[in-house]
Design a binder for this molecule. Structure first.
Ligand code: FE2
Length: 420
């Protein structure tokens, strides 16, 4: 297959991408002289080709459960946890029920050009049904999507009496990443201990770490300094991710200045979840209401890796979402005051290469000769316009085969006599 007349994301010129089997074989300049009679040619007419989108933070085992058994009236993180806990007790879902919901959500993600996903999975359920379901989904979906599973002690590692035991069991069953939720533990000390335990288990079982960290509007919630400081001491920073860190929006600048020194040295990754946290945070404020997002622009300015994720598709924490990361980018650029030209034209890094770094999948990721032919084509010939128009994913190609194709909508306007 040849993808001719392509624009490569972030590069000038037009290119022909030759795909043989599952690999990108050649990338050569497109000229009128090298037209080919090969029947298996897709003329991209200058549209942008880029590596597949990376969703670094979603909860597939929670997907499509919003409103059952009840809606989250306060819109807070903590009511979400309460509702989920109630639901587990009464819904009595089987592994197959959970798989069905997760696969429906994955279908939405595939449609939107995502091929790499890190999903957190609740391991507070003594039967670990969510993990069993997602381990099977991971294997079944492998030809089309790479899935990483985070063992998340959703009800607290120490708040729940068997939390630690279940987390260890989950890691032994095959979860890829150790999770945590220190701001939900009963005491500050338990929170600190949960972070230390996550790092200890990651070293012991050779896993990555991704902590739901400081997802609260409390300027005293400072588990990020524990996570970054201890990761630095252990020398495992690039294997560690901090998700949410919304309390950072409430820290004083003086404390943040000192914190950033540690973050720079530690090299941990950050996942910001703009849609979910604009919805969940600031719920206990009068006016002005905090945006409750981590300091995305400032972290990026310091050379710290930040990526964007969606977090939820219709669950007790967030009632909307259909897997679309371009929509997350749009919201995030606005909410983080990143609507200047330079941030707009590089915004797709937040859902491609930056996400790949956080997931530790950089090797083999990207549009390069010799890499797997995993790529997407979006309906725009400029990086700026792609963001302005929230360009649709026209093709998602996996292992050299077209997996998803979307025809752009066609609109006719019958308004004669105007100079358009
Ligand atoms: Fe989350």
């Amino acid at each position: 297959m040849i993808l001719k007349n392509a624009k490569l994301y972030g590069q000038e010129g037009r290119w022909n991408i030759g795909v043989k089997g599952e690999q990108i074989k050649t990338i050569t300049p497109h000229t009128s002289q090298n037209e080919t009679s090969d029947v298996n040619v897709i003329d991209l007419q200058g549209k942008i080709v880029l590596p597949p989108y990376v969703e670094p933070h979603i909860h597939l085992d929670y997907a499509l459960t919003a409103g059952t058994p009840r809606w989250n009236q306060s819109g807070s993180v903590f009511e979400g946890i309460e509702i989920w806990s109630e639901r587990k007790q009464i819904a009595n879902e089987t592994k197959d029920d959970i798989k069905k919901r997760a696969l429906k959500a994955i279908k939405m993600q595939l449609k939107h050009g995502i091929q790499h996903v890190r999903t957190h999975v609740d391991v507070s359920d003594p039967k670990l049904r969510g993990l069993e379901a997602l381990l099977e989904v991971k294997e079944e979906i492998k030809p089309w999507m790479d899935l990483q599973l985070v063992a998340l002690p959703q009800e607290g590692l120490y708040t729940k009496s068997d939390g630690e035991e279940l987390l260890i069991k989950a890691l032994e069953m095959g979860a890829d990443v150790v999770g945590g939720i220190p701001h939900y533990e009963l005491t500050r000390e338990d929170g600190v201990q949960s972070v230390l335990k996550a790092l200890e288990l990651a070293v012991k079982y050779d896993k990555l770490v991704d902590i739901h960290c400081d997802e609260i509007d409390d300027d005293q919630s400072r588990y990020i300094e524990v996570l970054a400081g201890e990761s630095l001491k252990l020398g495992m920073g690039d294997r560690v991710t901090a998700s949410h860190t919304t309390a950072m929006a409430s820290y004083s600048n003086a404390y943040t200045y000192k914190l950033f020194q540690t973050l720079r040295k530690a090299k941990i990754h950050f996942v910001a979840l703009p849609k979910a946290n604009l919805h969940l945070q600031g719920r206990f404020d009068n006016y002005p209401t905090r945006r409750g997002l981590t300091r995305v622009k400032e972290l990026l300015n310091e050379g710290i890796n930040v990526c964007f994720g969606l977090d939820s598709i219709m669950d007790p924490w967030y009632p909307l979402g259909d897997g679309n990361l371009m929509d997350v980018v749009d919201t995030g650029l606005h909410a983080c005051h990143m609507t200047d030209h330079d941030h707009i034209v590089t915004a797709l890094n937040l859902i491609t290469t930056n996400g790949a770094k956080a997931l530790g999948i950089e090797e083999g990721y990207g549009i390069k000769e010799g890499n797997k032919a995993n790529l997407i084509v979006i309906d725009s010939d400029s990086e700026y316009e792609a963001i302005r128009t929230q360009a649709t994913v026209l093709y998602s190609i996996r292992n050299g085969k077209v997996m998803v194709e979307t025809k752009p909508a066609e609109t006719t306007i019958d308004v004669p006599g105007l100079l358009w």
